[in-house]
Every structure is written in C-alpha cells, then in structure tokens.
Write a protein that binds this ligand. Sequence first.
Ligand code: FES
Length: 81
Amino acid sequence: MVIQVCIGSACHLKGSYEVIQTLKGLIITHGLEKKVTLQSSFCLGICGKSVSIKVDDQVLSLKPDEVVDFFEKNVLEVING
Ligand code: FES
C-alpha cells in the first residue's frame, strides 16, 4: 500500500506535516514499514478539502485529528483483512 500526503501549499497550511508525522508513527507502532510506503506528493488537485492524501489510486482528504481513525479503517482493516 502506498500512502501519499500532499505537501502543496494549501495542504501544508492545514497540517500535512502533522499528518505525515502521525502516519509515520502509526506505521512504526504497528510494524507495517514493509507493507505501507509513506510518501509526500505535490498538489493532488483538491486543495479546498485539504489535507489531501492518496491511498493507492484513491484520493481522500482528512484533518490532522482524523488520522488515527483513517489509519484504523483504511489501512489496518485493509491490510489485516
Ligand atoms: S495543495 Fe494539496 S491538494 Fe492542492
């Protein structure tokens, strides 16, 4: 699974750095370094909804305080089946 977090200016202002740090911590905590690749990306084209992220081919948006929820539903549940 590849998760890209937009670091374009709109998303940066809304906390993409915090989103990346939180995701990085969660990936390590759950030992998923080999299964989940975290990358930064340029503008994903939905700046109004930032922070924008792309999970494989799906573009989503989330706020920094929604990262844990997102991770449980869209990463852990998907990877663990
Ligand atoms: S700056 Fe993030 S989607 Fe445009």
